[in-house]
Design a protein around this ligand. Structure first.
Ligand code: MLT
Length: 404
């Protein structure tokens, strides 16, 4: 009941539907929700077909799988995503799931309600709303910000990288970070991540690191995993997803890394292993991602799968370049879109995010995501997603150019 508004993306869909009903001939192009549009890579399709055939055969049929995922996928993840970056992980530290949205939303359940969370502003709304639902916050103020949450503004002035909280803000137990960032497209260097890891170690805080967009990093100096930073395994949980990396928004498969070294502390200072808590929670509430999804996900790591997924990511990043280029040419302040599939643009003439959203919908029939939907520091910005089809992106940009 404390939640301020409907969840952001359904609210946007509602506005699109209402505009579409009044303007049935409008061909609306969505650069709004970050939903993939390219079909699955052929290697994934083949692997899933084979998995379906398995499920229809007496010999290879499978019922419940292991709650934490099949070894064939866990091994492929460890080898390709982590060992290749000199990060060692044990199989028991990888938890396969049906989505990073669920994992980033559910993880707070294993922590006490008195924990104080810190989030960036703007922020992926799931982190905040799930804590409100759990009862960890007070009421919202007129800006939509809840008491008992620490908000860390990310603005053009700080390059959309949150400052370390000053001691004046008091205790912080859980810090949500997302890099490459949704919604701003900002990325964190190793030095920035080290600063956060040291801060968390110092304060006995835990970092919840959402790396759902790591596959879109193009700069070789930017870390893909927080565990590339010394000491991070003691303080960080990392979330990954096949949604954007391999087009799994409709298939559902993701994973979360909870290192064995990671400890949380009870109010009386007793150390507790977070890995065991998450394991216990998942075994109770989750029966694993489907065998077919996991078989598809494992194909992402085959030679063919890697090549094909890379080609698809390149298509999206070429879209991002088209969006950036045109908006820059039109004189907008444009951020992101280089190591991330999101472009974060300043609205023209001081328009509010929702006014600019409405303007683009009505004049160009193009949908973005209002920055203010991600928090007060997002006011005056619009997020454009690069996940649309290339022809649609080009047309959307032409229409935007003519509508302003
Ligand atoms: C977005 O548009 O921010 C994403 O689609 C959200 C998500 O992945 O849940």
């Amino acid at each position: 009941m404390k939640l301020q508004a409907g969840y952001l993306f359904p609210e946007i869909s509602r506005r699109i539907r209402s505009f579409g009903a009044e303007n049935p001939d409008a061909k609306i192009i969505s650069l709004g929700i970050g939903d993939v549009t390219q079909p699955l890579a052929p290697a994934i399709v083949e692997a899933m077909k084979k998995a379906v055939v398995d499920m229809g055969s007496e010999a290879a049929f499978r019922g419940y799988g292991p709650e934490q995922g099949y070894d064939f996928l866990i091994n492929a993840i460890i080898e390709n995503d982590f060992n290749s970056r000199n990060i060692d992980l044990d199989r028991s530290e990888v938890f396969i799931s049906d989505g990073a949205k669920c994992d980033t939303g559910n993880i707070q359940e294993i922590f006490g309600l008195n924990n104080v969370i810190a989030v960036t502003d703007p922020v992926y709304p799931v982190y905040v709303d799930t804590n409100v639902m759990a009862g960890r916050t007070g009421q919202a103020n007129k800006n939509g910000q809840y008491s008992k949450i620490i908000y860390m503004p990310c603005t053009a002035e700080n390059n959309f990288i949150p400052e370390l909280p000053s001691p004046a803000v008091g205790r912080i137990d859980i810090i949500y970070l997302c890099f490459p960032n949704n919604p701003t497209g900002a990325v964190a260097t190793k030095e920035i991540l080290s600063r956060w890891v040291n801060f968390a170690r110092d304060k006995r805080a835990i970092i919840l690191f959402d790396a759902a967009y790591e596959a879109f990093i193009t700069d070789p100096k930017i870390p893909h995993s927080i565990y590339e930073v010394e000491g991070a395994k003691e303080v960080a949980i990392e979330f990954r997803s096949f949604s954007k990396t391999a087009g799994f928004t409709g298939i559902r498969c993701a994973f979360t890394i909870v290192p064995k070294q990671l400890q949380a502390y009870t109010e009386d200072g007793r150390a507790v292993k977070v890995n065991s808590l998450w394991h216990r929670r998942q075994c109770t509430k989750f029966n694993g991602a489907s065998y077919i999804s996991q078989a598809g996900a494992a194909a992402v790591y085959t030679t063919e799968g890697k090549k094909q997924c890379r080609q698809i990511i390149d298509i999206y990043m070429a879209n991002a370049a088209v969006i950036r280029e045109l908006l820059t040419r039109l004189g907008y302040d444009v951020y992101g879109g280089v190591n991330a599939p999101y472009i974060w643009m300043k609205t023209p003439d001081g328009l509010s995010s929702w006014d600019f959203f409405d303007h683009l919908l009505q004049k160009a029939n193009v949908v973005g995501t209002p920055g203010s939907g991600f928090g007060p520091s997002g006011e005056g910005y619009l997020r454009l997603s690069a996940f649309a089809k290339p022809d649609d992106v080009k047309e959307a940009m032409q229409r935007i150019a003519h509508s302003i």
